[in-house]
Design a protein around this ligand. Sequence first.
Ligand code: BDR
Ligand code: CA
Length: 310
Amino acid sequence: PMPVLLDCDPGHDDAIAILLALGSPHIDLLGITTTFGNCRVEKATYNAQRILALADRPDVPVATGAAAPLAGEIHIGDFIHGATGIDGTDLPEPLAAPVSLGAVEFLRTSLLAAPDPVTVVATGPITNIARLLRDNPEVGPKIAEIVFMGGSTERGNTTPAAEFNAYADPEALDIVLTSGLPIRMVGLNLSHQALATPDVVARMRAMENPVGRACADLMGFFGGTYSDVFDFAAPPVHDPCTIAALIDPGLITWQKSFVAAETEGRWTRGATVVDLHERLDEPPNAQVALTLDVEGYWDLVLDALDRVGS
Ligand code: BDR
Ligand code: CA
């Protein structure tokens, strides 16, 4: 299986990303690092541990990371995810303590100790990964690729221009995008195709196991805020698209492109500039996700959730 480190801010969709990674025989989840984002970082760590308890996988180490972005104000996504960061269900209490290392140190030692290059997935503000690359360039050769959920080829969801993860730490995203490492970007333009429709939620509940029930409850809450805030008929389940891309890259079509994070715009801070039509004279630095095989995606996700739950 492919060794993976997952940096996240659970978060309803982050939770499903964790469960998808745990439920896939193609992935060896080496550890989880947490960041501020959907909630404060302490809550993100607690939520990650509760998801691991739900999956009965307390063996997966969890390390706490950034409490705030590299620069600027802290933004928290509680307007979508509720006060706990993962409102809508009762999760079991953690079965293990977080590791004593901070996220960056945990990532560094895990990467340097790994026999083969590791895939790094980020589904929250990308602060931890930026710090890792900025302060420890020796880890570069140990990273197979960085796959992140953030930005968009189109418009934002937090400001008109900016997607939440990119908006929460544009300087960090800039560091990652200019690192020269292989990068795949899963933006809103892709994740807005991954809707948890009533049929999907019914399939979760029909699993009749604690994982399926918890996911259905989570999608209920997530769907409520997406309907109130964005008038969406069903919530987009962004973050697991990154893990699905690792398990079956053919589920997604990709285009090589130059991608930049706007750090300065008066109205556009945190926007991603994706040069799909090669208008800028810049070499491509990322593979950008464009279209999703929606049916294949849900079959993959639901199959993994069922495996974790039973
Ligand atoms: C991203 O922001 C968070 O709300 C989600 O967990 C996802 O990572 C979508 O913009
Ligand atoms: Ca997230």
